[in-house]
Design a protein around this ligand. Structure first.
Ligand code: SF4
Length: 232
């Protein structure tokens, strides 16, 4: 029986962990502090691990650089970020002396005004992330289960569609503990959070959330879209 031709993404590398190993790690880390999870990731993948951030805050960065000050921090500069987000990046650079990698879209990449949000995210977020992850075995993301109902089952460890290990150290961290860490450590926050934005993305696609709804309800508020594609 003929098999479907795998996409280039599927072919890029075999899974670095078996399904059984992923299950065991998730059970092990479900109640672990994020630092313990990050230590495992840096110890396992070394410089084949990077961290991605949108500079809504520096919580994951703060935790990660305490374990590995040289970890590569990837920022996807879509060209459509708020000035406050870029200011947060600059404050983070000063505080942490980050090993920062900025990935930008191709110069002729279309934007949402020409092609709509799906194609815009594909060219301005997903494609640059693919470049950033080339040659990596694993990446850290700041996904949290309480971000949005669609993220409520986010595992701590997973194998992504590329076959890379994706580590979400904050996924199961109780909000009260995370908030206490933010306050105690003076985590750098995007000023837009204080203005009521629950989640900060690109300016054309980010509004104040509807009162009583989840923090990400202001993202692509006029559509059914809830993710840009980098976490799918
Ligand atoms: S979030 Fe909006 S502006 Fe940013 S890449 Fe996606 S569609 Fe484009």
């Amino acid at each position: 029986m003929p098999t479907a031709t795998p996409t280039p993404v599927q072919l890029r590398r075999p899974a670095a962990l078996s399904a059984a190993e992923v299950d065991a790690l998730n059970a092990l880390f479900e109640a672990a502090h994020p630092t313990e999870i990050i230590r495992w990731a840096t110890g396992t993948f070394g410089d084949e691990l990077c961290l991605t951030t949108s500079f809504s805050d520096t919580l994951l960065i703060d935790l990660a650089v305490a374990v590995d000050p040289d970890i590569e921090v990837v920022f996807l500069d879509t060209g459509l970020h708020f000035a406050e987000t870029l200011a947060t990046l600059r404050r983070a650079m000063v505080r942490y002396e980050l090993n920062l990698r900025v990935e930008r879209p191709d110069p002729d990449a279309p934007d949402l005004f020409e092609v709509g949000t799906e194609a815009c995210c594909a060219s301005r977020k997903v494609a640059p992330l693919e470049r950033a992850l080339a040659g990596r075995r694993a990446w850290l993301s700041g996904l949290r289960r309480d971000d949005h109902v669609g993220r409520s089952h986010t595992p701590i460890i997973q194998v992504d569609r590329r076959g890379l290990v994706k580590v979400n150290p904050l996924a199961a961290w109780p909000a009260a503990e995370a908030d206490a860490y933010v306050a105690e450590h003076g985590i750098v926050l995007n000023p837009l959070l204080a203005e009521g934005f629950g989640s900060v993305g690109c300016w054309p696609c980010t509004e104040l959330p509807t009162p009583g709804s989840d923090a990400r309800s202001g993202r692509w508020a006029d559509s059914a879209k809830t993710e840009c594609g980098i976490h799918l």
